[in-house]
Write a protein that binds this ligand. Structure first.
Ligand code: FES
Length: 101
């Protein structure tokens, strides 16, 4: 991770990091931010230059997550806000590639 908090204006304001689960791995990401920004926080270099429109049109940021009632739903990471303890069970091919180690 390369000091993403130094990139002023990139993230919506946050006081702390929240823990989420991304395909069985735990990660700490900025609260009050959309998931695609959180993924960028995790992998700044690859997500920043990934093939994403950031505005709900390309669907390259599709994810599957556990809703608060336990149901698995799909959504767009550029539209959904993170919440503490969020469990993400699946990622689009683009996100899988960009978030890979
Ligand atoms: S980045 Fe294109 S739909 Fe989310």
């Amino acid at each position: 991770m390369n000091c993403p908090d130094l990139r002023e204006g990139l993230f919506e304001s946050f006081e702390e990091l929240v823990e989420i689960e991304v395909c069985l791995s735990r990660a700490k990401v900025p609260e009050n931010n959309k998931l695609l920004r959180c993924f960028q926080y995790i992998k700044m270099d690859s997500v920043s230059v990934g093939d994403y429109c950031w505005n709900g049109e390309c669907t390259n940021c599709q994810i599957w997550y556990q809703a608060q009632n336990g149901e698995i739903k799909s959504g767009l990471a550029c539209r959904l806000y993170v919440w503490p303890g969020m469990v993400i069970t699946g990622l689009s091919a683009a996100l899988k590639t960009d978030l890979a180690d």
